[in-house]
Design a protein. Structure first.
Ligand SMILES: N[C@@H](CCC(=O)N[C@@H](CS)C(=O)NCC(=O)O)C(=O)O
Length: 213
């Protein structure tokens, strides 16, 4: 059986849990905390990050790579576009969302949620304000230009929609919501993705784990 090392609440692990759920693939969740500096875990993932997927002899260490593998190995239902140009656009939007956007959106989450709870430190509200006021808006404007008014980026729901929305789920745990007045398409996409039953089921588990909502 496929094993996924990680924890609920990570924007990257979330993608993998939800994708496997949407494909109807059974898997074992192996609890692995990020930032644990666990030498045994680093034997399978040299970066020590989550998620890691193990499928038989195969071990993969990055959510984008893992999701591509799942799509290729278990094609139904399709969760990435098949057209080469759309597929390339999907790759770019997932890369952009998983790097620059995640760094800022989960920066808010890290400061307000992880620092007090895990590291017993005060959040840096000046840094958070710099993210919200100056650094995030240009990225939100870019995403806004790639999201339709209704439906999903490629018509039907794909992993691109989840990849775009996932970092903002973490930001929402820290009290940040995308302003629907300024970025109505992104705010609408967030709501539509959260309404997907498989997404909602994983978010319910996260809420249970965080003891909130
Ligand atoms: N590019 C990686 C990023 C994974 C990642 O940064 N995961 C975080 C948890 S949300 C982590 O494990 N951080 C621990 C660390 O950076 O040491 C992916 O897409 O899987």
């Amino acid at each position: 059986m496929i094993k996924v090392y990680g924890v609920h609440g990570s924007p990257f692990v979330r993608k993998v849990y939800i994708m496997l759920g949407l494909k109807g693939i059974s898997f074992e969740m192996v609890q692995q905390r990020p930032f644990a500096n666990d030498p045994e875990y680093k034997m399978i993932n040299p970066l020590g990050k989550v998620p890691t997927l193990v499928d038989g002899e195969l071990t993969l260490c990055d959510s984008k790579v893992i999701c591509r593998y799942i799509e290729n190995a278990y094609p139904e239902p399709r969760l990435y576009p098949e057209d080469p140009a759309e597929r390339a656009k999907a790759d770019w939007l997932e890369e952009f969302s998983g790097t620059s956007v995640t760094e800022l959106a989960t920066g808010i989450f890290f400061q307000r949620f992880m620092r007090p709870r895990v590291f017993k430190q005060e959040p840096d509200e000046k840094f958070i304000s710099e993210i919200i006021t100056n650094r995030l808006p240009p990225l939100l404007a870019y995403l806004e230009g790639h999201i339709p008014q209704e439906g999903f980026v490629f018509g039907d729901f794909t992993m691109t929609d989840l990849a775009i929305v996932s970092p903002f789920i973490n930001a929402s745990y820290a009290g940040y919501e995308v302003d629907p007045e300024s970025w109505p398409r992104l705010a609408g996409l967030i709501n539509r993705v959260k309404a997907n039953p498989e997404v909602a089921a994983v978010l319910a588990e996260e809420a249970r784990m965080f003891g909130a909502r």
